[in-house]
Design a protein around this ligand. Structure first.
Ligand SMILES: [Zn+2]
Length: 68
């Protein structure tokens, strides 16, 4: 198991989600069709929000055409 797949930790920065975070409003939750719930910390949520507002894809893939 790697750090990004620990339930209760931010998938973007791996910050552990504490009980205080669970009670607060900083963290946002995202529910997927398979029942997975991912909690994103406040800092990363804000970073995602401006991407959404700018209609950008969240985290574009950087393809390096020269790799091959
Ligand atoms: Zn985060």
């Amino acid at each position: 198991m790697d750090a990004t797949s620990i339930p209760g930790a931010c998938p973007r920065c791996a910050r552990p989600r504490t009980a205080a975070d669970a009670r607060g409003l900083e963290w946002s939750s995202e529910h997927f069709a398979d029942g997975t719930v991912v909690h994103t910390c406040g800092d990363c949520t804000r970073e995602q929000l401006w991407r959404i507002e700018a209609l950008l894809a969240p985290e574009p893939v950087h393809a390096d055409a020269r790799a091959a």
